[in-house]
Design a binder for this molecule. Structure first.
Ligand code: NAD
Ligand code: TYD
Length: 342
């Protein structure tokens, strides 16, 4: 099978590439990534020279580039991870989110239509459903929960989801959508809660907890998410949405304290800071559909996953330290252009 993976130099996309290459060593993968601040080509170092892997630096909004690439490669499936993904950044500058997350998705789907690609999979988020109250643990997001977004990020992802469903209905494009809860694991950019707190704790810096720290997220180990996407691409029903989550709800303060405990650091490092604007209180996914239809269940418990993740950040300090210093942005020039890999 040949996969076009967009956004593969980011957190989940890179884990997806590693997952595919391990499980299907003969599959072919083309990765299209713009290498924004969130894309780190050094993450893909171990696969760059494989004969069945190809990296292309480019923007999913660039119609000429996307059409040319799809025509040349003719993948069996396009899996779209490429996105602006950080809520706080979307509050600072919404326009970038509309462009990449909505316009970019439509360009990819236009290419899929034009060249008759057999499957377009959109990686979406549970944030499209808005939030749930803290005092109603019985409420969960189902696939038919109305879209009700809070941030420019989630609104742009919801806009893309609506377009994906519209392309299916109007043009018959064979699409699937997965809506996942918060991921954690190796290679997550240290601006998101878990890697940021690990990095700050290791540097003995203050850990900024927004508001009262009572906001709840439903945490899923990234490899479990990758397995779900792969299953949906191969066996999921065209035109369907699948929620992906692990019944793993934790509030932010609990997570931060757990990280400090694992690292042997003092809770005095916790600092409560001004709350995020429009901050969603609780996300919680009902994954019954993907379990019943495709047999998917998460394999990694939070207790093991968080220990693995902390260990990974301890063992790979260079990875996140070069990000925090900005050095990683020279990697493409140094390791790719200079070495003639393109
Ligand atoms: P990320 O920010 O780590 O990576 C995004 C990648 O997309 C980067 O490599 C970046 O360079 C690339 N990119 C950005 N704009 C691009 C463009 N215009 N053209 C080509 N490439 C571009 O994001 P992530 O956390 O890996 O998330 C991947 C996808 O999963 C996103 O669509 C996100 O909405 C969704 N998602 C994430 C989570 C989570 O917890 N991280 C949860 C649910 C859904
Ligand atoms: P984040 O990792 O940005 O994911 P999302 O907002 O998409 O769920 O944030 C997870 C939770 O952690 C969210 O409730 C906001 C909170 N948070 C903090 O308290 N401090 C921080 O520095 C960050 C980045 C997030």
């Amino acid at each position: 099978m040949k996969h076009l993976v967009t956004g593969g130099a980011g957190f989940i996309g890179s884990n997806y590439i590693f997952y595919l290459l391990k499980k299907y060593p003969n599959d072919e993968i083309v990765c299209l990534d713009k290498l924004t601040y969130a894309g780190n080509l050094s993450t893909l170092e171990s696969v760059l020279d494989l004969p069945n892997f190809k990296f292309v630096k480019g923007d999913i909004c660039d119609r000429d580039l996307v059409y040319k690439l799809v025509e040349e490669e003719m993948p069996d499936v396009i899996v779209n991870f490429a996105a602006e993904s950080h809520v706080d950044r979307s509050i600072e500058d919404p326009s970038l989110f509309l462009n990449t997350n909505i316009v970019g998705t439509s360009v990819l789907m236009d290419a899929a239509r034009k060249y008759g690609i057999k499957r377009f999979h959109q990686v979406s988020t549970d944030e499209v459903y808005g939030d749930l109250p803290l005092d109603r643990p019985d409420l969960l997001f189902h696939e038919d929960t109305p879209l009700h977004t809070s941030s420019p990020y989630s609104s742009s992802k919801a806009g893309a989801d609506l377009l994906v469903m519209a392309y299916h209905r109007t043009f018959g494009l064979p699409v699937t959508i997965s809506r996942c809860s918060n991921n954690y694991g190796p290679y997550q950019f240290p601006e998101k809660l878990i890697p940021l707190m690990i990095a700050k704790a290791l540097n003995d810096e203050k850990l900024p907890v927004y508001g009262d720290g009572a906001n709840v997220r439903d945490w899923l180990y990234v490899e479990d998410h990758c397995e779900a996407i792969d299953l949906i691409c191969r066996k999921g029903k065209v035109g369907e949405v699948y929620n992906v989550g692990g019944h793993n709800e934790r509030n932010n303060l609990t997570i931060v304290k757990l990280i400090l405990k694992e690292l042997g650091k003092s809770e005095d490092l916790i600092t409560f800071v001004v709350d995020r604007k429009g901050h969603d209180r609780r996300y919680a996914i009902d994954p019954t559909k993907i379990h019943n239809e495709l047999g998917w269940l998460p394999k990694t418990s939070f207790e093991n996953g968080i220990k693995e993740t902390i260990k990974w950040y301890l063992d790979n300090k260079d990875w996140w330290k070069t990000i925090m210093s900005g050095e990683y942005q020279n990697y493409y020039q140094k390791m790719y252009l200079d070495k003639g890999r393109v």
